[in-house]
Ligand binder design. Structure first.
Ligand SMILES: Cc1cc2nc3c(=O)[nH]c(=O)nc-3n(C[C@H](O)[C@H](O)[C@H](O)COP(=O)(O)OP(=O)(O)OC[C@H]3O[C@@H](n4cnc5c(N)ncnc54)[C@H](O)[C@@H]3O)c2cc1C
Length: 495
């Protein structure tokens, strides 16, 4: 079928679903996005509560620098992103160690001078990886054409490719060891903290190539998005509508009907039924399995494995507490030095320049920490009292870690809203509230967009290259590429 004749339904208005939808709509396809909530963005949404405006999950705009995925997407769709560069991406704090993560890495090099050769190698690797990412990544490889494309790029950048190969199977800790840095606990903790918030795992497990690109973020540049990070999804939704498509809210898909390898229809919770030539699922694979109705197939068991969820606090606070910060974003490691489960937190304070974030003299603060989902669902099963007890314990732990660096934090809090994995599951539709993407432990065990259905593809941070705004946009391009390839093949097979 010609692209202009294609009826494409996207389940979910997260950044991945919207980016794919906007690009396909721009090419002429008829795109309908079905979103369960009444606003777009999912993990990268902005919401208002009690006079405050909070970013729900993602708070840092990344991938907007020249040639990067968000910049390219904006150019292609005619969107001018309302962004401002952040001079310091975020500040890392552990006890008295305070490091600004700026493009020059001056403070890091000053505190850890022996790490200079490691950073030089990381910069070279990241440059090479950005080169490979240009124009999309044909990974995981799905046929001869992908192999040829990869080989062409590999041969064009031959010296770099040879340099890259040994890192493909290395863990980050092995890479640190090759520079004699694995025995410096402060440096390893610092790197682990960076990796946990980006590649969702720490140096003993994180693949070195994934780490090289993740550690490049403060150098490539972090951006403030005016109106909150949710502006990105609102602009993408607007682009779909301008191209003749539709983004429909409060349309939760509850059932997908299929016959053999074809999805034949979708049903939403308000009773609407839709047909589609192709479906893009902005969902995790196990979330999708929960509402697939296939002829003769048993429902798939819920599985979570090693995925993280988040515990998030949305605090209304007195802005005077944060008056002299070098960055509005802080990564704070508590005194124990442990990571995740409330022991390490990421804090984003609203900008004074945006008066609609909070009432006069106050600010909106999003604080998040990694947490495993299972104990939350077990507590919920035990009853409301057990669940509340766990929620209160995490709230206290998180505020105590914040207070280690900002001793006046407790009395400066005016309002508290929290989100647990149970909330994240309800809000994003992700099974067990598993947000933040998959742990990037191996380049060879990643998932691509293909599913067991010929006309249904994944999009979003559960497919390669994974989490973050630029990550899901890069993944969305791969989804589109495979959809168009499949459509061309179907066209050839038709009489
Ligand atoms: C706490 C936290 C902090 C983060 N910080 C950053 C950051 O600073 N910078 C950054 O770049 N990235 C960050 N990330 C990662 C980034 O937010 C995500 O990788 C990205 O936004 C995921 O987008 P997605 O397209 O995969 O879908 P999601 O955001 O999961 O969106 C999926 C959408 O589908 C909808 N949906 C689900 N089920 C259905 C259904 N059945 N019917 C209809 N609609 C449905 C949901 O309501 C949702 O809107 C962070 C993530 C978290 C959780």
């Amino acid at each position: 079928m010609k692209l202009q004749d294609l009826n494409i339904v996207v389940i979910g208005a997260g950044i991945g679903g919207l980016a794919a939808g906007a690009l396909l709509a721009r090419k002429g396809a008829l795109v309908t996005v079905l979103e369960a909530q009444d606003y777009p963005g999912g993990c990268a949404a902005t919401f208002s509560r009690n006079g405050y405006r909070f970013d729900a999950g993602a708070t840092i705009g990344c991938g907007f620098h020249a040639g990067a995925p968000m910049e390219t997407l904006g150019k292609e769709l005619g969107i001018i992103w309302p962004i401002l560069p952040e001079p310091v991406a975020w500040q890392y704090r552990h006890q008295v160690l305070h490091l600004d993560l700026s493009p020059q890495r001056l403070e890091i090099l000053e505190r850890f001078p022996r790490s200079a050769p490691f950073w030089a190698e990381q910069a070279a690797l990241a440059k090479l990886l950005w080169y490979f990412a240009e124009g999309g990544l044909s990974w995981p490889v799905m046929g001869a054409r992908d192999l040829v494309r990869l080989a062409r790029k590999g041969i064009a950048g031959l010296t770099g490719t040879i340099h890259l190969l040994p890192f493909a199977r290395k863990t980050t800790l092995e890479w640190l060891a090759s520079h004699g840095l694995d025995t410096d606990p402060d440096f390893v903790r610092f790197i682990d903290a960076q990796l946990l918030i980006s590649v969702q795992t720490t140096s003993p497990y994180a693949n070195a190539i994934n780490a090289a690109i993740a550690l490049d973020l403060p150098v490539a540049g972090a951006y403030h998005v005016n109106g909150g990070i949710g502006t990105v999804s609102r602009l993408l939704a607007g682009s779909i509508e301008e191209s003749g498509g539709a983004v429909l809210y409060q349309k939760q898909v509850i059932r997908i009907d299929s016959v053999r390898r074809q999805v034949v229809g979708l049903e939403t919770s308000d009773g609407s039924a839709l047909a589609a030539d192709y479906v893009l699922a902005n969902l995790t694979p196990d979330s999708l399995d929960l509402f697939i109705e296939s002829e003769g197939e048993a429902p798939v068991e819920k599985k979570v494995g090693s995925l993280w969820s988040a515990f998030t606090l949305y605090l209304g606070m007195e802005s005077a507490l944060f008056s002299s910060l070098s960055s509005r974003h802080l990564q704070i490691i508590g005194g124990s030095g442990e990571l995740a489960e409330g022991n390490s937190i990421f804090v984003s304070v609203s900008s004074d320049e945006e008066s609609d974030c909070a009432p006069e003299g106050l600010c909106a603060v999003t604080v998040s920490t990694h947490t495993r989902p299972e104990p939350w669902f077990e507590a919920k099963k035990r009853g409301e009292a057990a669940y509340l007890e766990l929620k209160n314990a995490y709230t206290e732990r998180v505020i105590n870690v914040l207070s280690e660096q900002f001793p006046g934090a407790h009395p400066a809090i005016r309002s508290i809203t929290s989100a647990t994995p149970v909330t994240w599951e309800r809000y994003t539709g992700r099974n067990q509230g598993c947000v933040g993407g998959y742990p990037q432990t191996s380049l060879f065990k990643v998932s691509g967009p293909l599913t067991r259905f010929d006309n249904l593809f994944f999009v979003g941070d559960s497919i390669f290259p994974g989490q973050s705004l630029p990550g899901v946009v890069t993944g969305a391009r791969r989804t589109i590429e495979l959809l168009l390839k499949r459509n061309a093949k179907v066209g050839l097979q038709q009489p």
